[in-house]
Design a protein around this ligand. Structure first.
Ligand SMILES: NC(=O)c1ccc[n+]([C@@H]2O[C@H](COP(=O)([O-])OP(=O)(O)OC[C@H]3O[C@@H](n4cnc5c(N)ncnc54)[C@H](OP(=O)(O)O)[C@@H]3O)[C@@H](O)[C@H]2O)c1
Length: 325
């Protein structure tokens, strides 16, 4: 029997229900894995609340995990029983001790990366990768703006950018988070509750602004983030922690300096086994060479997933969080 957290309806953390059922056998091109760690991500909150649609209810939840292959279906040749693997992506259902998943979504783990590290870094690390290496390829000497710099994606991105010679201006919700972001390569921190971050970005860049903003806060920060950009700058709106951005008039991009905007999703950047393998390899490389340390700052039992969601939404977490089955 597997222990699985499912949602029967959308709502608050209380809709996360522990359930037990037979996981069954993998079909063609699928494998069954026993998971040793599960990644907690803010996107799980959007799924739980219904902001991001699900195919049907009830449904599983969670997009990220790491463990060992226990059974293979037909046609699975690239992986073997006993392989250590991890994934970031659908189908939903990562909050479980066992699950079935398409083999092409899996990446083999090197011995140097533990299951807990992998579950903490696949989704957030691959996000940092596509933001900085694919959407806007940062280069030494750039100064960029990152919101939620002490969060899961934030700490990975700050370290990676730093290793590439990039200065990060990071917004954070507290002094403690500012100190952590700085320890992890964030050059300038802005306490957005106390300071106007757009004014501070102009000050720090001597009025110039930044070429790119990585904004996962959404509704509350979108407009001010545009004001941080240089002419022809790129606004990357990749999350909705304060709600979705709905009131954009394209004309404002012209008035603020012929700006560009994108609203990306990780899945489109790792949508083939080759792309997933290539991006994962680059992520593993920066972890293995010590440029990026994965901060697993919170661990919860799988059965306490609701508490993990409460803490994530209350901005109590820093770095990455895992659920242990
Ligand atoms: N589009 C994609 O492909 C993609 C992929 C991965 C993640 N994301 C997005 O990236 C963001 C970061 O994800 P994560 O898992 O690493 O989470 P996280 O950054 O560890 O946690 C969210 C952080 O956002 C800040 N925040 C500001 N306003 C908030 C509010 N009203 N409620 C809750 N938090 C608020 C908090 O930091 P402060 O206290 O410092 O403000 C909080 O700690 C999320 O928005 C997520 O959806 C997008």
């Amino acid at each position: 029997m597997t222990n699985t957290i499912r949602i029967l309806q959308h709502g608050g953390p209380e809709v996360l229900q522990l359930d037990h059922f037979e996981v069954g056998q993998p079909g063609p091109d699928e494998v069954r894995i026993r998971q040793n760690a599960i990644g907690l991500n803010f996107i799980d909150v959007y799924v739980r609340t219904g902001l991001y649609p699900v195919p049907e209810l009830p449904c599983g939840i969670g997009f990220e995990g790491a463990g060992v292959i226990e059974e293979k279906g037909e046609n699975v040749e690239s992986l073997a029983i006993g392989d250590r693997v991890a994934y970031a992506g659908g189908p939903l259902g990562a909050y479980a001790n066992e699950r079935i998943i398409p083999a092409e979504h899996l990446v083999k783990l090197p011995d140097s990366i533990s299951d807990i590290q992998a579950a903490a870094m696949m989704l957030q690390g691959l996000t940092a990768h596509y933001l900085m290496r694919q959407i806007y390829r940062v280069k030494a000497g750039d100064t960029i703006l990152m919101h939620a710099a002490a969060g899961g994606v934030g700490l990975i991105l700050c370290q990676w950018a730093n290793a590439l010679g990039v200065e990060v201006i990071g917004t954070v919700g507290s002094e403690k988070k500012a100190a952590l972001a700085k320890e992890n390569g964030c050059t300038h921190t802005i306490l957005y509750r106390e300071e106007n971050f757009a004014e501070r970005v102009r000050e720090i860049t001597n009025g110039k602004g930044v070429p790119v903003v990585f904004d996962s806060i959404g509704h509350a920060t979108f407009m001010d983030s545009l004001d941080c950009l240089q002419k022809f700058g790129l606004m990357v709106s990749y999350g909705n922690a304060t709600g979705p951005v709905t009131e954009v008039h394209l004309g404002m991009l012209a008035n603020k300096g012929s700006l560009f905007v994108t609203r990306p999703l990780l899945w489109d950047y790792i949508d083939t086994p080759e792309a997933l393998a290539r991006c994962s390899r680059e992520l593993f490389d920066v972890v293995n060479d010590g440029s990026v340390k994965i901060h697993v700052e919170q661990r919860y039992a799988l059965a306490d997933a609701a508490q993990a969601h409460i803490d994530l939404e209350a901005r109590k977490t820093v770095g990455s969080t895992v659920l242990i089955p």
